[in-house]
Structure formats: C-alpha cells, structure tokens
Design a protein around this ligand. Structure first.
Ligand code: HAS
Length: 546
C-alpha cells in the first residue's frame, strides 16, 4: 500500500484515538485514587510510586502525543483538498516513521516505570534515555511533516499570486509556526542537557532547564488550541451556511497567537527564585496580550452564529440560539468546546495575574484550569472534527448519533463537575501532583466533599471518553453498512475557500520575524540573569521506579 496524504491522516487519527483510550483510563484511575479515604479495589489501587508512572503516562499521552498525531493528520487530510496541491510523499513517510517510533519508544519506557518524571520532566529528575530519545524523535518527526506542509503551501502560493490564503490553511500555518517557535529550544536542551544527563550523569542547572521548558510549555498550549480555533472558523460557518463574520479579524487573531504565544513562559515561574520580578511582570503583560485573540475569536464566532440564526428567523435577544443546528454532533461539539474554553480561559487570566497566581500556583486549581482548556479541546474539539472527517476521509457513516451526543454531554458535564471541584479545593489549598492528600487524616475537612464530587465528574468524563472512542472506532469498523450520514467537510461552501488578498495579513514572514524579536526581548534578560550569575549544576536524581 502506497503512503499518500489520506493514508497518513487515517493512521495518525486512529492512533490518536487508541492513545486517548489508554491516557483516559489512567486519568480515571488517578482521579479516584486522589479522593481522600476512598479505598480502591485491587487493580485500581495506585501505590505512591505508581502514581507518578500513571500521571506521566496520562499527561504525555493526552497532552503531547495525541495533539501531534491528530494535528498532523488533520493537516494531511485538509490541505491537499483545499490547496489542490499534494504533500511530498517521501517527507510524509519519513515523518510518520519518526513520529510512530518516537511515540512508541517513549510510551514503553513510561509504562515500564522508567520515566516517572511527568510531562514537564524537570531536571534533575532523571528518566531512562529512551524517554528523551522518544520525545525528540516525535518532535523531529513533526518538523519533517511541517517541512512538507510549508513546501506544499509555497507551491500553492507561487501558483496563486494575489489570492488570500484560505482560512483553514492560515490557521494550520499559525499552528505550525507556534509549534516551531515552541519546540526549537526544547529539542536543543533535550539533546544538550537531558540525554547526556540520563546517559552519562551530566550535571545540569535546574533554573536554566526549567526556563527552557516553560519557553516551550506555554506555546505548547496554543499548539493544542489552534487547530480547534481553526475548525471553529472553518466548520462552524460551513455548517451554518453563512460566511464567517470577519475573516480579516480571524487572521489578525492568528497573527496575535503567532506573536505572543511564546514570550510568556515566565507566568509558569512566578514563584521560582532566581528570576527578577521585572521580567516576570513583562511576561504578565505579554500573557494578557495573548489572551486577546481568544476573545476576538469568541466574538467573531458568536457574531457568525447570531447572523445565521437571525437569517433563519430567530428574533429577540436570544431567539437566534434556537435556530442553530444543534442536532448535528459536529456543530454541537465545536460550540460546546468553545463555551467550556471560555470558562477555562477566564481562569487563565486569574493564573496570569502576578498576585493571584500566588494563591493558586501548584494547587488543584491548576488541573481545574487545564482540564477546562486542553481536556476540553482534545476530547470535544478534536473528536467532533473527527466525526466530520468520517464522511470524507474514511467514507464511513457515524455509527450512532446517540453515542456521539452522549460523548459530548457526559464529557462536558463531567468536565465541569471535576474542574469546579478542583478549582474549589485548590482555592482551599489542596495541592496538585501528590498521590495522596489525606495527610494522615489531618487534611482540612473542606477538601473532602468536593473531592468526592470530583470523582463523580471523573467517572462521567470517563464514560464520555468511552463514547468518543467507541463512536470513532465503531464508525470506522461498522459505519460502512449502518449508521447515519452526517455532513462532513465537503458540504456546500457559502464562500470561496480562497479569499481577498491583504498584503499585510498575508506576509507571514514579516510576522514570524516580529515574533522572533519579541521572543528575544522577552527572554534575553532572564537568560542573561541566569547565565551571568553562573550556573549551579547538580547531579541527576533517579525517579521512582526509574
Ligand atoms: Fe493556561 C497553566 C494562563 C490558556 C493549558 N495552562 C496551564 C497548564 C496547562 C494550561 C496545561 O498565567 C498547566 C501547566 C503545568 O502543568 O504546570 N492559560 C493562561 C492564559 C490563557 C491560558 C492567560 N491554558 C490555556 C489554554 C490551554 C492551557 C488554551 C490548553 C489548551 N495557564 C496560565 C497560567 C498558568 C497556566 C498563568 C500557570 C499556572 C501556575 O501557576 O502553575 C489564555 O490564553 C486564555 C484566553 C481565553 C479567554 C476566553 C475567551 C472566550 C471564548 C469563549 C466565548 C464563548 C462564550 C459562550 C462567551 C480569555 C473564546 C457563548 C455562549 C453560547 C451559548 C454560544
């Protein structure tokens, strides 16, 4: 079988749902084990050492592996259809081989308990070298894919001078630009510090490596988010049969993401000693800038929805809401993911406020925040988009609308319950990333009931996840002969794919250079401070079973 774009997309998308099943199961197990005084039976009981193995697998699978496979799959599926130019097949093959090898290698090492370092792998905690080599291969494989994507885009650009880039391609380009900004330093530090630390015991500086990690770590979250934002802009108007309210505003939002996704990492290090408050403050300001494109997006999509609803006769203040195609699971999933993101995003603003961060940092509030953002994007946003891919990519029907709705409703209700409980106990001081919060029975009573409620949320989320995996994999296996045909990507297009050419918005080279300058300004001072003080390197520390 020859590898083409569709086969690449099928493999990566299916692989990401298999990983979702593994990572989701581990999520449920640890959520239940963290409930004070809840005794878990046999296999479901997690020892302290195993807790970090499970948490690492949960984080790496759901937050790192799925997005890389799924996003490259989405791009391979969508770009040849829109641009009518193919991707370089040799680069596709190389990228797939590297990404699969890297992902499988890292997962085996984690499951073997040789890398209990969590997805943030802070030094001097040491994992088996296979973890770092696997992670590096996975990321480098995604770079090879991006090389193919950029080559394809440039070919289209040469053939279509003076034509505006289609919004879906623009969004994917922004996603990949942010990914390259984010991953360049992490690849360098993994090769220069972590692999030598793991293989030869190299001593490394804790603050330096942490700062490199968060250089990557915050832009990473926009890599998760941007393909879903792209699908809001692309699929929601298609489903409504109206043009996007403002395509220029959408492109401005993507440019703001390119500019400000990366130079904000110190907002994860507000409590770290060794970095001057002035630099942290500068990153706070930049963080508030990077929140603005999400708000522009919310406004643009809501205006599009309202316009379509009113055109269909929805009157009054909110009558247009009743005229939305809620019965379409793709539409429902995309809009629900946006609403939940609204709540998670607002709590991000709280995190980014220098003073308020002192209250929430390293508490259960933070998992509350990131389940409402990434947990929502990955499971609702990516899955709803995959439902739309069934018709065009897999030539399948949706096996059951009921299971698709059940996924969206159970996951979102469970996510709300779980995250609100975590926000609450976080505000009351409950820590994150600890296997046990009972403190020998001395824990504050205010944590107990919300943590019990969080278990209900986790069970509902898990049930929603099971429905998501069942609906996607079930449709692939049985959706040819039965199920319902739901409109995919190739539904009638209310507006041409290619749009008006605005020289400033189309000049992505200019915006990338601008972004690089911003990153230099934001990081040159903190790194000058770290290096000029002199590094204080420490020996590696083996982790748990590692
Ligand atoms: Fe975050 C920590 C700040 C967005 C993920 N974040 C994390 C961590 C993760 C994560 C995983 O400043 C934990 C990392 C770790 O392990 O330590 N975050 C922000 C800010 C934003 C933000 C300012 N985060 C995200 C996104 C994520 C994500 C997106 C994943 C996809 N985050 C922080 C900070 C920390 C942090 C600190 C460190 C905390 C600490 O101390 O450790 C912003 O980008 C958010 C902007 C978004 C909005 C929402 C706009 C509204 C929209 C919806 C409109 C819809 C409506 C409903 C109104 C302001 C788009 C309409 C109704 C209808 C019926 C249709």
């Amino acid at each position: 079988m020859r590898l083409d774009e569709d086969l690449f997309a099928k493999i990566t998308v299916v692989f990401s749902f298999i990983i979702m099943a593994v990572g989701g199961l581990f999520g449920l197990v640890q959520a239940l084990n963290r409930v004070p005084f809840l005794e878990m039976p046999g296999l479901l009981e997690v020892s302290d050492a195993n807790y970090y193995r499970i948490l690492t697998c949960h984080g790496v699978c759901l937050a790192v592996a799925i997005p890389i496979y799924w996003i490259t799959g989405l791009a391979a599926f969508l770009s040849p259809r829109i641009l009518k130019v193919g991707l370089d097949k040799r680069l596709l093959g190389l990228s797939l081989a590297m990404m699969l090898l890297g992902g499988v290698m890292a997962t085996i090492v984690i499951l073997a308990g040789k890398a209990n370092v969590l997805y943030t792998f802070y030094a001097p905690m040491k994992a088996h070298p296979g973890f770092y080599w696997g992670a590096a291969l996975l990321i480098l494989g995604s770079w090879v894919f991006i090389a193919a994507f950029v080559k394809q885009y440039l070919q289209w650009r040469r053939q279509n001078p003076g034509v505006g880039t289609p919004i879906a391609i623009y969004g994917l380009l922004a996603t990949f630009i942010v990914w390259i900004e984010a991953t360049t330093p992490i690849v360098i530090t993994v090769l220069k510090d972590f692999i030598p630390m793991s293989m030869f015991g190299k001593h490394v500086d804790v603050l330096e490596t942490r700062t490199w990690f968060w250089f990557f770590g915050h832009a990473l979250v926009y890599f998760w988010l941007l393909p879903v934002v792209t699908m809001w802009y692309y699929l929601i108007p298609k489903k409504l049969g109206v043009p996007l309210f403002s395509e220029s505003m959408a492109k401005v939002a993507f440019i703001l993401f390119i500019l400000a996704s990366t130079p904000v990492g110190l907002h994860h290090q507000f409590t770290d000693p060794g970095l001057a408050p002035e630099y942290k403050y500068m990153h706070t300001v930049l963080t508030l800038i990077v929140a603005s494109p999400s708000m522009l997006t919310g406004f643009n999509i809501l205006a599009t929805m309202e316009r379509a609803g009113r055109a269909k006769g929805g009157n009054g203040l909110l009558g247009w809401l009743a005229k939305q195609p809620w019965k379409d699971p793709v539409y429902l999933g995309l809009v629900v993911s946006m609403i939940i993101f609204g709540v998670g995003g607002i709590t991000g603003i709280i995190n980014a406020s220098y003073q308020l961060n002192m209250v929430v940092h390293n508490t259960a509030w933070v998992p509350g925040h990131f389940h409402m953002t990434v947990g929502n994007m990955v499971v609702i946003g990516y899955t709803a988009t995959t439902y739309a891919m069934l018709a065009d990519l897999f030539k399948r029907k949706l096996i059951s609308k009921t299971t698709a709705y059940s996924h969206i409703l159970l996951w979102s209700i469970g996510l709300f319950i779980f995250s609100l409980a975590y926000y609450y106990v976080g505000l009351h001081g409950a820590p994150r990333r600890t296997s046990n919060i009972e403190y020998g029975g001395l824990l504050p009573q205010s944590w107990v009931f919300p943590m019990e409620i969080s278990a209900i949320g986790a069970i509902l989320m898990f049930a929603g996840g099971v429905f998501a995996v069942y609906t996607v994999l079930g449709s692939l296996l049985f959706g040819k002969s039965r199920g319902v045909q739901i409109p995919g990507f190739s539904i009638g297009n209310p507006h041409p794919e290619a749009t008006t050419f605005n020289p400033l918005l189309e000049n992505l080279k200019f915006w990338v250079i601008f972004a690089a300058l911003l990153i230099i300004v934001a990081y040159i001072f903190p790194f000058y401070e770290i290096f000029s003080r002199g590094l204080s390197t420490v020996p590696p520390v083996a982790t748990g079973l590692g």
